[in-house]
Design a protein around this ligand. Sequence first.
Ligand SMILES: [Zn+2]
Length: 343
Amino acid sequence: MVRAFAGVALALAVGCSSGEPAGGTGGAAGSGGLSGTGGAAGAAGSAVGGFAGLGFECGTGEPVADDRPLPKDVTAAAPNLELAATSRRIEVWAPVDSPLLDSEVTDFGKGSCQALLFDLDVHQVPEADLSTRVRIVVVDGPTFDLATGAPGAYGVAFSATKSTTDAVILPADGLENLVELDDTLAHELTHVISGRAAPYDAWLPWWLIEGIAVLSGSQLGKKLHDQPTSFVMDWLDIADGSDAELTFQRYGLEDQTQNLGEVGHDQAMSGFFIEFLRVKIGIADVQKRLLGVMRKVSDGDGFDATFAADLGVPLAQAKADYAKFLDDTAGDLGKRYAGTVFE
Ligand SMILES: [Zn+2]
């Protein structure tokens, strides 16, 4: 079965105390948020056969062609999309009348590439496993809302179907805030990586699918801007063991969250659970192992048994240890965050 990965994670900053709504301003032309010098448009060396437009460097291996169209929800909302810039690993798509400057498009492509290569590294996925280019679509806010049904979100990842590719879609005004943008890209591109590794995800819990995405977003945010995902700590600061138990129940095989606040809570608890496994339990390569679990479960193995075998701890024990850790550190946030990306 197919799941559209609602990347509402980052929308949730909106629902939490610290966030500003993302939407509203419309056209991102002239945004000052992008770094880089621009003017790289001519350096189209790695561009792809036949495409004479903008190119940027991304990765080393040769790409594999994919003739499938973009997701139907995306093309229905934005029927006038064109390939705006390309590289070995990433394609950037935008409407033909997009106000984005060439330099903004190529800088965005480079930033997307940086996030993708980061995600591949932390999950220990060879670049060759993503030889079919990842498509990232940038549209104006109203079109984004129409395509995703997730107004206010910073980004959404669509999984592939038999007849359409996977894709990440972002609202153009999201390009103005580079800190949120890098986090969003790492988050959504983690969904693409896990979606390709584990396309049959009906038996994978939401706390895992979103947890690894929240964590890689936080890791890249920490690395580039010294800022992990902001809404996570808003929730984590006030959490105890009951919050973990609620998340494991509500954000399991079915997403039973009812509103953005609940999604934010559950994504925060999920992301920190993965970090707990990595730092507090000491499974240094937990992201690689969890991706392996996802791959095996997608191929038909049972989740609990695969988790126990590949992580070296029974799932029920890991959940109970996490809840106990949150209870034990409820009055000592320094201890709670020590050694984590949220420290
Ligand atoms: Zn997500």
